[in-house]
Design a binder for this molecule. Structure first.
Ligand SMILES: Nc1ncnc2c1ncn2[C@@H]1O[C@H](COP(=O)(O)OP(=O)(O)OP(=O)(O)O)[C@@H](O)[C@H]1O
Ligand SMILES: [Mg+2]
Length: 269
């Protein structure tokens, strides 16, 4: 099992594109921010990242500007504040700029941000690249996102096998996104199909999910009672056994992390 006590760096990746990395990154960030946790989101989908879009932000500066100036120290200067208090480091505005950002620069930024961030979420581009592997090696938790379709599962399995070879599978969880009761592949078959036991299921949502990306308001913010929101809350609550000292500042609005704290207290942790 993943050691969940000190999760600060979460990498959201996938073998293939279009499975929900951005959706999960943005909604996790919004859920955590709602609990007054300081969250930074780094869009490391460097060619076609759309985190800023999903938060309805229009960046004037991006990670590309920081990389051009080799400016790690002042990385906050290149980030944008979303109304939810999530800080976003946007991807370059053009795909050809992606190559200006080296894996080492990205790693250095992550180290720099750690001082002022409780949880950092990094969305990678789809697939296994040197940069993605470096980000995964640095991470405390790796979320491998897939849909429950055979092709996506087959490729997720290959990715998970690679994580195993690299010795980092233990900190990975598979997220099966867009799951429905009509899905042909049953949950009980997924561990065998993917070679992974640690699995989170997130339901398919109608058109509202797409709309939330289009209007730039995280789905969990506009639909706090939806099953997708509840399942994501439960998943992150289970994953982040936050320490006693990670307080929820607003005592009047006790959310799901409050229950984690209580659980930790009951267990004497
Ligand atoms: N649980 C869900 N229910 C319904 N639609 C979803 C769900 N998750 C994601 N989507 C939709 O699927 C599409 C792809 O999602 P998203 O952009 O988050 O994937 P991605 O992995 O980041 O894609 P890319 O590889 O293009 O970056 C979007 O239109 C999004 O609205
Ligand atoms: Mg994306």
């Amino acid at each position: 099992m993943t050691e969940t006590q000190d999760i600060k760096r979460i990498v959201v990746c996938s073998a293939v594109g279009g499975v929900g990395r951005t959706t999960i990154t943005v909604n996790l960030a919004a859920l955590l921010a709602k609990e007054n946790i300081t969250v930074s989101v780094i869009d490391a989908d460097l060619q076609f990242g759309d985190i800023a879009l999903a938060f309805d932000l229009q960046p004037s500066l991006t990670i590309k500007d920081a990389a051009e100036r080799n400016d790690k120290e002042n990385i906050y200067f290149y980030m944008m504040d979303h109304a939810s208090s999530v800080k976003v480091l946007p991807a370059p505005d053009r795909p050809e700029f992606a190559e200006l950002i080296s894996p080492d620069f990205l790693s250095a930024i992550i180290d720099r941000l750690e001082d002022n961030t409780e949880i950092m979420l990094v969305e990678t581009q789809a697939g296994l690249t040197d940069m993605n592997i470096q980000l995964m090696e640095q991470a405390d938790l790796i979320l491998v996102v897939s849909t429950p379709a055979m092709a996506a599962l087959k490729n997720s399995k290959l990715m998970i096998e690679t994580l195993d070879l690299l010795g980092i599978k233990d900190k990975a969880h598979l997220v099966i996104n867009r799951f429905t009761t009509q899905t042909v592949i049953r949950p009980k078959n997924i561990p065998e199909l993917t070679n992974m036991e640690q699995i989170i299921f997130l339901p398919l949502v109608d058109k509202q999910m797409e709309q939330s990306l289009d209007i730039g308001i995280p789905f969990v913010t506009s639909h706090p009672k939806a099953s997708f929101t509840k399942e994501l809350e439960k998943a992150i609550g289970d994953l982040l056994h936050l320490k006693e000292n990670k307080k929820i500042k607003s005592k009047s609005k006790l959310g799901f992390l409050h229950h984690i704290r209580l659980k930790g207290t009951e267990q004497g942790g």
